[in-house]
Design a protein around this ligand. Structure first.
Ligand code: CA
Length: 229
């Protein structure tokens, strides 16, 4: 996969690192903008959103936490967070901040390019969902993080939204708990099967609240789940 035609925004205040990231991403075909000050990020993200954001945590002005948290109120744009603080990772990827992946400093620019490609591939799979489910009962609005069932708004958490997206992207196909975990978290964290099960349970309950007839998620004993509207 080349990054041809992809627009990536890098927010990083260390000039040498920013230049290195810029050069490697450009060499892979991407169009890359670099910002060195946190205050410039949100206006640009609102007015000219890129395809993916690489965001340093510690920045002059608005820090990476605040930028990502604010971004998530209006966009599901893929975000890779860059940090030297390993202890912050859970918080970065959790609901509070909502980054999709992270890189720990120091990292190799090759690793950055690989992560960018992987995350874009994953987002692309998700983007196909809206088209496929265009005439079905389910409508997903990724910009607003909203799911509707027959027009009725479902009150989902970010993880439940991603889970529903992952299942609905492949109607009729069984996805294992492991595959669903990969869709939900990209960070190789150990998440137990029961975590997926409990998210599915909550998702089903919310669908049933919106429409008692709605039961589009089937469990396949010993394997996983599938979406069948
Ligand atoms: Ca920094």
């Amino acid at each position: 996969m080349s990054l041809q035609g992809r627009h990536i925004l890098v927010v990083e205040d260390e000039p040498k690192l920013a230049a290195l990231m810029h050069d490697y991403l450009v060499a892979s075909g991407a169009r890359v903008d670099v910002l060195g000050h946190g205050d410039d990020a949100l206006p640009l993200l609102r007015n000219a959103p890129p395809d993916l954001l690489v965001l340093d945590l510690m920045l002059p002005g608005t820090d990476g936490f605040t930028i990502c948290r604010e971004l998530r109120t209006f966009s599901t744009l893929p975000v890779i967070m860059v940090t030297a603080r390993v202890e912050e990772i859970d918080r970065l990827l959790g609901l509070e901040i909502g980054a999709d992946d992270y890189l720990c400093k120091p990292f190799s620019p090759r690793e950055l390019v690989a992560r960018v490609k992987a995350l874009l591939r994953r987002s692309q799979e998700w983007a196909g969902i809206r088209e496929e489910s265009g005439n079905g009962p389910l409508a997903l609005d990724e910009e607003r993080f909203e799911a509707r069932w027959h027009g009725r708004l479902l009150d989902l958490t970010a993880v439940e939204f991603r889970l529903l997206k992952a299942l609905a992207a492949r109607p009729g196909r069984v996805l294992s708990r492991g595959q669903l975990q990969q869709q939900l978290y990209n960070d190789h964290r150990i998440v137990s099967d029961r975590t997926v099960d409990s998210h599915v349970k909550n998702l089903r309950r919310k669908l049933a609240e919106a429409d008692p007839e709605a039961d589009p998620i089937r469990s396949i004993y010993g394997v996983g789940y599938k979406y069948e509207p």
